[in-house]
Structures are given as C-alpha cells and as structure tokens.
Design a protein around this ligand. Structure first.
Ligand SMILES: Nc1ncnc2c1ncn2[C@@H]1O[C@H](COP(=O)(O)OP(=O)(O)OP(=O)(O)O)[C@@H](O)[C@H]1O
Ligand SMILES: O=C(O)C1=C[C@@H](O)[C@@H](O)[C@H](O)C1
Length: 187
C-alpha cells in the first residue's frame, strides 16, 4: 500500500544485501520523460500508467540482485504477479490508521488516488485507503512473505507500530525471506 515504507525499508534491505535498489514508480516516470506519477494519472489516465508499470515490472523481472519497491497498486493486475514472482515478494502490512497518519503528515499531492474524498485530510485519506485496502487485501496476500507491523509490535509487547524503526522492519523482512527460502529448499 502507498506509504507502507516500501522505499524506506527497501533501501535499507538493499544496503544490507549489497543489492541495487529501484523504485518502479520512478522508472515509470523516467519512461514518460520524467513526468511525475500524479501528472501521468492526470494527463494520460490510470490505464496508461498501469500499462507502463507492467512494462517496467517485466523488464525488472529479468534482473538479479535488486530490491524493488513496486507501486502500491501493482498487485491488482495478475500479469504483474507473473513478473513479481520471478523474485521474492514482500508485503509490508501496515495498519491503515498508520498509513493515513504518515501520508497526511507529508501530504497527498503526489498520490493521485487520494484526491477525491470530502472532509479533513486524515479522515479522507483514511477512508480512501480503507477502501483500497479492502479491494486489494486478497491480492497483497499473494506475496511470498508478509511483514505485519501489528504482529511485530505485539511481539515487543506494544500496540504502537510507530515504535518500529525502518531498520527493525527490514531485519524482520530479511528473517522472513530466509525462512521462505529454507521452506522452498525443503530444509
Ligand atoms: N517504520 C516507519 N515508521 C514511521 N514512518 C515511516 C516508516 N517507514 C516509512 N515511514 C515514513 O512514511 C512515509 C512513506 O514511506 P515510503 O515513501 O518509504 O513509503 P512507500 O511505501 O514507498 O510509499 P509510496 O508507495 O506511496 O511511494 C515517509 O514519510 C517515510 O519517512
Ligand atoms: O496504490 C496505488 O495504486 C498507487 C501507488 C503509488 O505507488 C503509485 O504507483 C500510484 O500513485 C498508484
């Protein structure tokens, strides 16, 4: 989901692994002459953006030793899973309340799918994100690994996910990836 920390956590993970980091939204922007995602949505429409996103994921699926932060909506197209499953997919599962708080703090200008609701900034962001999460939760569950911030906080005896640093989340992702790979090898 947008604001879940894919970029922040993904960059840390890439450093720990000594992999390169790429953000698929940034690559789509490059393909459209440096046009910002919000402007691509505005001028070319969402289907145009989604086609570019699929094309970027196709190209990335041929690369090795990359950590990739995908767009939050990449999960909705089944064809994208064909590409994402060339690697190990990680779902950063962050409660919608926390997402809305983070996004409200930085503003919604760069997030074209959050522009339409009435009301105060937190409430409209929360409502829209809740609807998107409901539509997409089944698709996110296709990921090989799920890092639940709620579960991580509970293990630490806390109910507040904001206590979790991006580094701690990256380390948890790494542990789960190792567990997934060991399961794949039948270990
Ligand atoms: N663990 C965390 N705790 C608190 N804030 C965080 C955490 N991880 C990321 N953030 C903050 O949340 C915001 C969104 O993070 P980030 O850009 O990494 O998310 P994203 O999933 O890549 O978002 P998008 O898909 O919309 O680009 C940033 O302001 C970032 O500093
Ligand atoms: O959740 C989404 O559908 C999106 C997330 C962003 O990363 C961008 O890919 C775009 O704003 C759409």
């Amino acid at each position: 989901m947008m604001g879940s920390g894919k970029t922040t956590v993904g960059k840390i993970l890439s450093q720990v692994l000594s992999y390169l980091f790429f953000d698929s939204d940034a690559l789509v922007e490059e393909e459209v002459d440096g046009t910002a995602v919000a402007d691509i949505f505005k001028h070319n429409g969402e289907p145009f953006f989604r086609n570019k996103e699929t094309e970027v994921l196709r190209k990335l699926s041929m690369m090795h030793r990359y950590v990739i932060s995908t767009g939050g909506g990449a999960v909705v197209r089944p064809i994208n899973w064909k590409y994402m499953q060339q690697g190990i997919s990680v779902w950063l599962d962050v409660p919608v309340e926390a997402l809305a708080q983070r996004i409200t703090a930085v503003g919604t200008d760069s997030r074209p799918l959050l522009h339409y609701e009435e009301g105060d900034a937190y409430t409209k962001t929360f409502m829209r994100l809740s609807a998107l999460f409901k539509e997409r939760s089944e698709a996110y569950a296709n990921a090989n690994v799920k890092v639940s911030l709620e579960n991580m906080a509970a293990k630490l005896g806390s109910r507040d996910e904001s206590d979790l640093s991006p580094t701690a989340i990256a380390m948890e992702a790494l542990e789960q990836i190792k567990g997934f790979l060991m399961g794949e090898d039948g270990c």
